[in-house]
Design a protein around this ligand. Structure first.
Ligand SMILES: Cc1cc2nc3c(=O)[nH]c(=O)nc-3n(C[C@H](O)[C@H](O)[C@H](O)COP(=O)(O)OP(=O)(O)OC[C@H]3O[C@@H](n4cnc5c(N)ncnc54)[C@H](O)[C@@H]3O)c2cc1C
Length: 302
């Protein structure tokens, strides 16, 4: 099946955009993950449409990769096709209070564009190391802000290669969730509406958040940010700390000393070590506080 699929796409995908057995550790902020059978960089919507149809035709599994900053990929890798939107999907346009940006644009870059245009509403996003598409899927947020506050609609491609607009109410944006968690749509473009702000104030907020991240988060180690979602009425990091797990290790995976909500890779952690550590943490917190932690990090693999 894969051979026929490859033969078909070789007609319209550049040779250098097709990689076989690409190590996913190169594409995740955890720096962990085995080989993806096929890794495709997509250069246009038309190519994406054709690929989606071929994938459907051969019934092959696929996964859309953003910036890999909320992703834990199995050590065995991914037995399917990774779709990675290339720089052709990174354009950012600003008109009045509105921003339209490609799904592969970095959240930090979109936030900086807002700053340059004196628009307020995206200050919280400046330090989130994801793509805009990944940000929408996760409804990324921090410091009281989240993408749901600025998104008005999304242009996506469905499983039949059709482009569809999803209005805000269709996006089902909630705490670290959206419609994209259950529907196989690929985000192409995101439409946002911000408010007029004052450059100095926008910049001051961004600097304050950056300072707070540097002070509180173990940014010197690979991680995927907060490993667990915030259980209602609690903070995952605090529960983990109170369970006595600060610095707890499985191999090179560790509950960060600096911030117990982060699992970090001390150097050579494997996905198995990270998962085992996450399971141990979940079990201990359940035993001690009767609270079930849910992973925020997305697992890719068997
Ligand atoms: C140091 C650090 C700090 C962080 N701080 C925060 C924070 O403050 N707040 C926060 O919310 N998160 C934070 N994160 C987590 C992460 O950056 C966000 O969840 C981010 O939005 C993920 O985006 P991504 O592009 O990396 O997505 P990925 O990790 O690549 O993918 C996440 C999900 O989105 C899907 N996806 C990606 N692109 C598309 C697309 N175009 N169409 C359809 N599906 C797509 C993927 O299939 C996957 O299911 C942090 C991570 C790190 C490493």
């Amino acid at each position: 099946m894969y051979i026929n699929f490859l033969k078909e796409i070789e007609d319209y995908v550049n040779h250098e955009d097709i990689k076989m057995n690409e190590m996913m550790q190169k594409h995740t902020s955890f720096r962990v993950g085995g080989p993806a059978k096929i890794f495709l960089t997509i250069r246009s919507r038309e190519i994406l449409r054709k690929i989606i149809l071929s994938l459907k035709n051969y019934n092959l599994p696929y996964f859309v990769l953003g910036n890999g900053s909320n992703l834990l990929v199995s050590d065995e890798g991914y037995d399917g096709v990774i779709l990675y939107l290339g720089e052709e999907f990174t354009e950012i346009e600003v008109e009045d209070y509105k921003i339209k940006a490609g799904a592969a644009a970095f959240l930090g870059k979109v936030a900086r564009m807002a700053l340059e245009n004196e628009l307020t509403g995206l200050e919280f996003a400046a330090g989130i190391p994801g793509s805009l598409g990944g940000g929408v899927v996760m409804n990324a947020g921090a410091y009281g802000g989240e993408l749901s506050q600025v998104i008005t609609k999304v242009l996506a491609m469905d499983e039949n290669g059709n482009e569809i607009f999803l209005e805000k109410e269709d996006l089902l944006l909630g705490y670290r969730t959206s419609v994209f968690k259950t529907k196989p749509y690929i985000i192409l473009e995101v439409f946002m509406e911000l408010q007029k702000g004052i450059r100095k104030e926008i910049l001051a907020k961004m600097e304050e958040y950056t300072k707070s991240r540097i002070e509180k988060q173990p940014l010197e180690y690979p991680s995927a940010g907060s490993t667990f979602k915030r259980p209602e009425g609690h903070f995952a990091g605090k529960l983990i700390m109170d369970a006595g797990l600060r610095g707890y290790r499985v191999g090179d995976a560790q509950v960060a000393e600096k911030h117990c909500g982060f699992v970090i890779n001390l150097g050579n952690a494997t996905a198995t070590e990270i998962r085992t550590l996450m399971e141990d943490v979940t079990k201990k917190v359940k035993e001690q506080f009767n609270i079930t932690l849910e992973p925020e990090v997305i697992w890719l693999g068997k």
